[in-house]
Design a protein. Sequence first.
Length: 218
Amino acid sequence: MIIVGAKGFAKEILQVLSVEMQLNDEKIIFFDDVSTDLPDLIFNRFSIIRSFDEIEKISTNINDNSFVLGVGNPILRKRFYSKMLTLNMKPTVTIANSVQVGDFDVEIGKGTSIMSGSIITNSIYIGQGCLINLNCTIGHDSYIGDFVELSPNVNISGRCKIGDYTSIGTNAIILPDVEIGQNVIVAAGAVVTKNIPDNCMVAGVPAAVKKELQPLDF
């Protein structure tokens, strides 16, 4: 298993893979082709590869071509996800042991990670490459698009829709029946009471548009 990234959130993913899923050390490898201040081994145990050219060779050696995203930002998650697919790597759904997932009508896309303490109720769709961070809740009949980032303690009420590449800050609350567009940043602590258009940043209680964002161009 390759963890894409070797800092910050990647260490939280490591906890799930190594401790909760009990993968052997030699089956977990970090990838980081940007940072210049990393040690030779993460926690003196886990190898790091530093170029895309090494990935295919490494995956053959460990007989595993799966990967998990160890970065939080939706745009970075999308870029790494797409690049790894071109290398014939397979995205893995990672769910911490303490997560509660409803038994009825729940779909979770490839490459999504759901971290400890989160609650996913019934009739929920979560797209590919999402990050549902610590202690989030998603209410019934909600739709979460691709590469969405929910920071810790986000509460999404029932019948909500969150667009692709949207990032929702810590402790934000989305009230029932609200639709949030694509490429939206919801500030920490915001309470979203009405629909939000694409390509903007919102903040406050109740949340209001504070800034327009450039549309994404992939």
